[in-house]
Design a protein around this ligand. Structure first.
Ligand code: PLP
Length: 388
């Protein structure tokens, strides 16, 4: 069996350090915020090449507070993509601003800068590009549009720890950036976690208050805040893991290279990395027509796959009130129908990635043979139009 992700293998490789870090927090009895959180904030902001990090309880909270710090609320519009995890859009809705969708570039699965200006209105306040799958959005044109229209840019970097755009890390590209440390993310806690990273001291100060009941100091609540604090245990574990993030990222990139080579000549489309991108392969998503047949065939060989994401947000029942219809965002809709995520984690061995590729090739070969048989039997036109 080849799992989609293997968190156990990673824990095994760092067990002693993690157990030591957990012990340290338990001894300190400082369970929420405190020294471990402050150190992790400094270390992670540093890693991103940014000045301030504010640890919070989830990536969703990071997005929510970034929007609030920018004073975004009712009557405002925030531009993002429908092809993302639902949290990006939910965070906008939490502030009672209106999400406005822009379709993706089919090559990178990230916001298509050429379509942004048509979506801008006098109410638009911010753009949230999502660095989906670990591939950075094309930031220069986005930042240029934002500058010309006086908009903020908040990166949704929940899937893109360590990804780079023209040599600069995500987290340092926009006005603020939001990370998730959900266990399955490239830098994952053993529980929940998130962070806002920003170069802007005033945003940092506001977010620091908002995550802890809006208090300037204890019991002096100057803002209506939230209980969005990061736990010290998670921070201590994340500090250990941050030390390995670069090595793990390189291992993901090597695994992606092995897939690229092994799938050469297959009918599926492999993911591409733009010239300016350091892709960190949170997800290695191929595109295939007839996805469910591929998925079943791989499953029958013990290969677990995922779909990120099967329904674009504008077509989810929960967001029907936004009033979007099918075919509004053709690239997002086509991606939702075609993407299939292959097993991807730093510990994926060459033997495992080869088995995945072999299972996929064998399925395509079998489909080809079945097609030839149908043609011979006169049941199908001779033109080979792809599997099934
Ligand atoms: C995971 C994720 C989030 C939310 O992070 P949580 O920590 O799960 O709240 C937001 N946006 C994207 C693109 C994500 O993948």
């Amino acid at each position: 069996m080849i799992p989609f992700v293997d968190l156990k293998a990673q824990y095994a490789s760092i067990r002693d350090e993690v157990d030591e870090a957990i012990g340290r927090v338990l001894e300190s009895c400082e369970f929420t915020l405190g020294r471990e959180v402050a150190e992790f904030e400094r270390e992670f902001a540093d890693y991103c090449g940014s000045a301030h990090g504010i640890g919070v309880n989830t990536g969703t909270s990071a997005l929510h507070l970034a929007l609030l710090a920018a004073d975004i609320g009712p009557g405002d519009e925030v531009i993002t993509v429908p092809f993302t995890f639902v949290a990006t859009v939910s965070a906008i809705v939490y502030t009672r601003a209106t999400p406005v969708f822009v379709d993706i570039d089919p090559r990178t699965f990230t916001i298509d800068p050429a379509r942004i200006e048509a979506a801008i209105t006098p109410r638009t306040r911010a753009i949230i590009p999502v660095h989906l799958y670990g591939h950075p959005a094309d930031m220069d044109p986005i930042l240029d549009i934002a500058r010309r229209h006086g908009l903020l840019v908040i990166e949704d970097a929940a899937q893109a720890h360590g990804a780079e755009y023209k040599g600069r890390r995500t987290g340092s590209l926009g006005d603020m950036a939001c990370f998730s440390f959900y266990p399955g993310k490239n830098l994952g806690a053993y529980g929940e976690g998130g962070m806002v990273v920003t170069g802007n001291e005033s945003y940092a100060r506001t977010i620091r208050m908002l995550r802890d009941w809006g208090a300037e100091r204890k019991y002096h609540h100057v803002l209506k805040g939230y209980n969005y604090r990061l736990e010290a245990l998670q921070a201590a574990i994340l500090r250990v893991k941050l030390g390995y993030l670069e090595a793990w990222t390189e291992a993901r990139r090597a695994a992606a290279d092995r897939y690229d080579n092994a799938l050469e000549g297959c009918q599926v489309e492999m993911p591409v990395a733009a010239e300016w991108a350091r892709h960190v392969y949170h997800v290695y998503a191929i595109r295939c027509r007839n996805r469910s047949a591929y998925r079943d065939a791989l499953a029958s060989c013990g290969v677990h796959t995922g779909i990120h994401y099967p329904v674009p947000v504008h077509l989810l029942p929960a967001f029907a009130d936004l009033g979007y219809v099918r075919s509004a965002f053709p690239e997002s809709e086509r991606a939702a129908e075609e993407v299939l995520s292959l097993p991807m984690f730093p510990e994926l061995t060459s033997e495992q990635s080869e088995r995945v590729a072999r299972a996929l090739r064998e399925f395509e070969d079998a489909e080809r043979l079945a097609h030839i048989r149908r043609v011979r039997a006169g049941e199908s036109p001779a033109l080979l139009t792809g599997t099934a």
